[in-house]
Design a protein around this ligand. Structure first.
Ligand code: TPP
Ligand code: MG
Length: 789
């Protein structure tokens, strides 16, 4: 440390202790990457002390550690409630080191003791088979953010801050991470954060200049341009730059004091003075060397302050004695003998810098949201039920009915402020507009008289970024609240990768006893593939179902309610559930309603059911359907068959819980084989009309006894701007095709097959001519109704 401890808020004594604390964190970080023995360097390093495989990332870590010790001081001095989110999650060793130093780690994992053996285990477990991952993983105390896939730190930070007025979320954004699309848009979250009712986010752009192998864009534009960029996003940028630790500690302390004063002033002005203006929240540009305090040169090439510091700076320890020597020297530069006592315990006077109890960032309850989770109050959904007067007799927009329920949920939880609805500008379009009434849409930017329902205290979150909706919701859920995300079916794919990461988090945390279950991530996909009359091919893609199906069975649930009452029942279940990803696929267009609310509840409970009112006993063919449009086409096909082949014995089966099709061994919702065989009798042909890609049904049922007899129709990537029925025809899921399928699959009807084929061709030709001529479906198609036989 230089003599020029310069002037600043830190006393020389505190500065020395904070620097020692930082050195300890850096020492433990390096130790995790390299060592399996000799944890306190009580003897010269030998190859026996070094791990055979060196797996980890050094470059980002010293910067993260630097911030940690500064947050510790601020938390103590200002009694802050602070969460630390690390964008570059590959800096995992730093977070493990710091939660160890503050004691959280040992409390959670008692075998990682505060002594020599504990440190040895701490080192050994890192990136070790059956040890801990190299990233800030669910196993890491204090984290809600893995950071393995870069781009989501800032949006998670804002999600955590919403409705947590006392919380400050310090969020490190990697300068490489900042190049990602999701991160770039996340800066705009400040237009949705209300200083009156929400907490604060303190973004730190970690400008260490490099990514894995390249410079970063933001490090190579003039500083003024970068500051202007941040100003343009609506922040007040501060800068911290340098590499002399002592000077940097003082400057950091000064700048953080100023920034936290700014936050306090913003909050005071909103909370005490009634200001509703959008504040310019402070953010920091922290320009420090990548791999700060690490080896300056390796093999004659510069490492500290370059991209070469990204991973393991000395990687040929076993080949080059010089590397071992440099490692020894590097680790000793932190002076471990000054940091740990002779038993290996972190020195008391240094440990004191850390906050206590739940104020420690590793112990902050918001980072283990299940601890704070209050059950969502869900009013009785039966009150919103659609009255059924004849099967399929009335048309209703199913999602509009769900909107009534969501509105009631919003009202019921208004006081506990733990429910928000998210959507990329589609809440009203998806017919959920009712939820906005009286609630408002969050908006801190300017408003004009033409605007409707925008409000600083709105709880419906609308922004045209699926990434932001998803990220905010994840942050909100991970900190112990509830939410609901509605999206166009085709465009939910934009967040495929984010949902992967969330599913991993849920899977892993299920196996970590101290992590408590959080509320489920609930999706409603509407504006579905079959009803994109005005939008066409670009808006047609049901593949998110396939995507989710790859996830662990104990994490994923997929529902395709055929009408409004089943949608209500399914949604009630999803809103109350914990620790799942629930996908609900339901149409927003007026569509026939089939089940009474009692029937709907019973149907959703089993997940798959015979619709007796449309079926005969002892069936010769099963007409199965899953999804609202396939259900309509199936029932229309059944009525065609009733007219054409009156003695054909048909069973109608509807699937609302897709996972029920899987064997029970694969998914907890799977029907037992006997039950499946009862519904789909072995040897009986099944014509299955499915909402999504047809092969998915085969994937689910390939181990079922009757699989060879299941014939699936679904979306096969034939789309355009056309009529609703023509979409079905183009994909061979229309009623004529389904009826023909039934006839050609029932052996007894073989003699009628040719005539049926002829009938089908004529029907389709008539349809084609009509839609081409009139631009709409035939009246008998459009106006078709189920008639009780
Ligand atoms: C979305 C995504 N793309 C690529 C990677 C691979 N990757 C891991 S670290 C890294 C560089 C990160 O640079 P930066 O954000 O500047 O972090 P730091 O310099 O602090 O390590 C990359 C490209 C990733 N983890 N996530
Ligand atoms: Mg970087």
């Amino acid at each position: 440390m230089s003599e020029a401890t310069s002037k600043g808020p830190l006393s020389p004594e505190l500065l020395a202790r904070m620097d020692a604390y930082w050195r300890a964190a850096n020492y433990l970080s390096v130790g995790q990457i390299y060592l399996k023995d000799n944890p306190l360097l009580e003897r010269p390093l030998t190859l026996d002390d070094v791990k055979p495989r060196l797996l980890g990332h050094w470059g980002t870590t010293p910067g993260l550690n630097f911030l940690y010790v500064h947050w510790n001081r601020l938390i103590r001095e200002r009694n802050l409630n602070m969460l630390y989110i690390i964008g570059p999650g590959h800096g995992g060793p730093g977070l493990v080191a710091n939660t160890y130093l503050e004691g959280s780690y040992t409390e959670i994992y008692p075998h990682i003791e505060q002594n020599r053996d504990g440190i040895k285990r701490l080192f050994r477990q890192f990136s070790w088979p059956y040890g801990i991952p190299s990233h800030v993983a669910p196993e890491t105390p204090g984290s809600i953010h893995e950071g393995g896939e870069l781009g989501y730190s800032l949006v998670h930070a804002y999600g955590a801050a919403f409705d947590n007025p006392d919380l400050i979320v310090a969020c490190v954004v990697g300068d490489g991470e900042a190049e990602t699309g999701p991160l770039a848009t996340s800066w705009h979250s400040n237009k949705f954060l209300n200083p009156l009712t929400d907490g604060a986010v303190l973004p730190i752009l970690h400008l260490n200049g490099y990514k894995i192998a390249n410079p970063t864009i933001l490090a190579r534009i003039p500083h003024a341009e970068l500051e202007n960029l941040m100003r343009g996003y609506g922040y007040e940028p501060f800068t911290l730059e340098g590499d002399d630790p002592a000077v940097m500690h003082q400057q950091a302390a000064a700048v953080f004091d100023t920034m936290l004063d700014r936050i306090a002033a913003i909050q005071k002005s909103a909370r005490e003075d009634g200001s509703t203006a959008r504040p310019a929240w402070p953010m920091l540009i922290m320009r420090t060397p990548k791999g700060w305090t690490g080896p300056k040169f390796v093999d004659g090439k510069p490492v500290e302050g370059t991209w070469r510091a990204h991973q393991v700076p000395l990687s040929e320890i076993f080949e080059k004695p010089e590397h071992l020597r440099q490692l020894d020297e590097w680790m000793r530069s932190y002076k471990p003998e000054e940091l740990f006592d002779d038993k290996g315990k972190f020195r008391e006077d240094l440990a004191e810098i850390a906050p206590k109890g739940r104020r420690r960032m590793g112990m902050n309850a918001h980072a283990n949201g299940g601890l704070l989770l209050q059950p969502l109050k869900v009013p009785n959904f039966r009150e919103f039920a659609v009255k059924i007067e004849g099967r399929g007799a009335t048309d209703v927009e199913s999602t509009r009915i769900l909107g009534h329920l969501l509105h009631a949920v919003m009202e019921a939880n208004r006081e506990q402020k733990n429910f928000r609805v998210f959507g990329p500008d589609e809440t009203a379009s998806n017919r959920l507009g009712d939820v906005i009434t009286g609630t408002g849409k969050a908006w801190m930017a300017e408003t004009l008289p033409v605007d409707e329902n925008l409000s600083e205290t709105g709880r419906v979150m609308e922004v045209l970024s699926e990434h932001m909706c998803q990220g905010w919701l994840e942050g909100y859920l991970l900190t112990g609240r509830h939410g609901f995300f509605s999206c166009y079916e085709a465009f939910i794919h934009i967040i495929d990768s984010m949902v992967n990461q969330h599913a991993k988090w849920l899977k892993t945390t299920r196996e970590i006893p101290w992590r408590k279950p959080i509320a489920s991530l609930n999706y409603l996909l509407s504006s579905l593939v079959w009803r994109q009359d005005h939008n066409g091919f670009s808006h047609q893609d049901p593949g998110f179902i396939d995507h989710l199906l790859n996830k662990k069975a104990d994490v994923v649930r997929i529902y395709l309610p055929p009408d409004a009452n089943t949608l209500l029942s399914v949604s009630d279940h999803c809103l109350r559930s914990k620790h799942y990803i629930n996908l609900i696929v339901a149409g927003k267009q007026p569509a026939p309603q089939w089940l009474t609310i009692d029937e709907a509840i019973a149907h959703c409970t089993t997940g798959v059911g015979v619709w007796k009112w449309a079926s005969n006993d002892d069936p010769e063919v099963v007409m199965a359907c899953c999804g609202d449009v396939p259900t309509l086409e199936t029932l229309a096909a059944v009525s065609l068959l009733r007219a054409k082949v009156p003695d054909l014995r048909i069973r109608v089966v509807n699937v609302v819980d897709l996972m029920a099709l899987e064997p029970q061994s694969e998914h907890p919702h799977g029907l037992p084989d006997e039950e499946f065989d009862r519904i789909f009798p072995v040897g009986t042909p099944v014509v299955f009309a499915f909402h999504g890609y047809p092969w998915l049904i085969h994937r689910l049922t390939y181990r079922r006894h009757n699989h060879d007899n299941i014939h699936v129709r679904g979306y096969k990537e034939e789309g355009t701007t056309t009529t609703p029925f023509d979409m079905c025809v183009l994909n061979n899921i229309d009623r004529f095709q389904l009826a023909l399928d039934a006839i050609t699959r029932v052996p007894r009807l073989a003699p009628q097959a040719d005539a049926a084929q002829q009938w089908y061709s004529e029907a389709i030709q008539r349809h084609r001519l009509y839609v081409t001529e009139n631009g709409d479906d035939l009246p008998e198609i459009r106006n078709w109704r189920w008639t009780e036989s």
